[in-house]
Design a protein around this ligand. Structure first.
Ligand SMILES: Cc1cc2nc3c(=O)[nH]c(=O)nc-3n(C[C@H](O)[C@H](O)[C@H](O)COP(=O)(O)OP(=O)(O)OC[C@H]3O[C@@H](n4cnc5c(N)ncnc54)[C@H](O)[C@@H]3O)c2cc1C
Length: 366
């Protein structure tokens, strides 16, 4: 297994539950080596189903925030357009911090931290050769590439590479929002607040412990930042404030109070990405089907991890057949979601902001 993200860890954890161990090679030197990223909503039939297969639902429910499903939409002048609250027993898409999810999945697993893979060579006779950045190499019967968008395993099965969508996110964070910025805390509520303008939007999402992630999303050429030093927080802040000029002051405070800024140009793989089956190598999650981040990627990654593990556990003597059966299922589902999320991104960062509200009404009828 290459990669210890949602896909890789769910795969390893479900196999572990079935009594099989798997080597997990992860590039990061330790679990907390870099910020884990924003909160994830785990859907009943996807991420939550994967956790059920891993036997982790009770622990998940103890950590999850069903109230985090709340969603408020504002106009750029601050007028409230929608204010949706989940019912008290609504468990359809509760939120969990990525770090909490990682630790939950890690449990008893032994991950080989600091082992970045550089290349995977199938068909060597002895198995599949895996080369690591530290100069080591090993062969395995099966190599599962769950190493994300810029997968180093993917070239072993497919020449596809991600392309830029035309939409960029710039992410910032605010800590201790309830004590430091109570007005902003009220604006965000228990879940998220989203504001849609022409070809741009601002979204703020509550994580646990009073931490808030803020995303400035906009259409721009990939070289939009050539005159900007992305490591200079004040320069990025000024650039964003100019981009959102004219929006209500409390909305701009979300950017004014952000600490550092992370540049996230959105890339995707082709919607119907598949490959000719290669014995001994497969892909999961973003490595297989990177798509716009509209609440599906981690969910799909986890379910795929769980399903591949179950497929192998139920047919350990014919690994290749177990993988082939899984791939066909993954490709069909991923294609459906890639179409949904691609169309969704077009509507959420659109020349007509009413499109975003209409999409919300479709997904979350009140
Ligand atoms: C801003 C944003 C918000 C999102 N919100 C949501 C959401 O609400 N819900 C949702 O379902 N999805 C969401 N997503 C998508 C989600 O983050 C991804 O789809 C998901 O993380 C994919 O999981 P993965 O395990 O396939 O890959 P990753 O999470 O990318 O994990 C890959 C792992 O592999 C490791 N790795 C990489 N290269 C190597 C290498 N060469 N050797 C060894 N290890 C390597 C990495 O360090 C990492 O640990 C969001 C994405 C973004 C950008």
């Amino acid at each position: 297994m290459v990669g210890g993200g949602p896909a890789g860890l769910t795969f390893a954890r479900v196999l572990h539950r079935h009594g099989h161990s798997v080597a997990v090679l992860e590039r990061d030197p330790s679990p907390g080596a870099r910020p884990a990223g924003g909160t994830l909503d785990l859907h009943e039939g996807l991420g939550q189903l994967a956790l059920e297969k891993a036997g982790l639902m009770a622990e998940f429910q103890a950590l999850a925030r069903p109230e985090g499903q709340a969603m408020r939409i504002l106009a750029t002048d601050g007028t409230v357009l929608r204010d949706w609250q989940p019912a008290p027993d609504d468990r359809a898409n509760p939120e969990i911090d990525r770090g909490q999810l990682r630790d939950l999945l890690l449990g008893p697993l032994e991950v080989q931290w600091g082992r970045g893979v550089t290349e995977v060579v199938p068909g060597t006779g002895d198995g599949v050769l895996v080369k690591c950045a530290d100069g080591s190499q090993e062969t395995f019967d099966l190599v599962v590439g769950a190493d994300g968008a810029w997968s180093r395993v993917r070239p072993a099965v497919s020449p596809a590479t991600p392309h830029y969508t035309g939409v960029t996110y710039v992410e910032t964070s605010i800590d201790d929002i309830d004590t430091r910025h109570p007005d902003l805390a009220r604006l965000i509520g228990d879940g998220s607040v989203a504001v849609y303008g022409v070809n741009r939007s601002l979204v703020a999402q509550r994580n646990s412990g009073g931490h808030v992630k803020v995303y400035a999303k906009f259409r721009a050429p990939s070289d939009w930042h050539t005159d900007l030093d992305l490591t200079d927080a004040e320069a990025v802040r000024s650039g964003l404030l100019a981009l959102f000029d004219g929006w209500a002051a409390p909305l701009l405070d979300l950017l004014r109070h952000g600490d550092t800024f992370v540049h996230r140009p959105l890339h995707v793989l082709p919607v119907s990405h598949t490959w000719t089956h290669v014995p001994g190598v497969t892909l999961l999650g973003d490595a297989a089907h990177l798509m716009p981040p509209l609440g599906a990627g981690a969910n799909l990654a986890m379910l795929e991890g769980a399903e591949l593990a179950e497929s192998i556990a139920s047919n350990p003597v014919d690994l290749d057949e177990a993988v082939r059966a899984f791939e066909a299922r993954m490709w069909a589902r991923a294609e459906r979601w890639a179409k949904i999320t691609t169309a969704g991104l077009d509507r959420l960062v659109s020349a007509d902001p009413a499109e975003a509200v209409a999409l919300f009404d479709q997904v979350q009828p009140s």
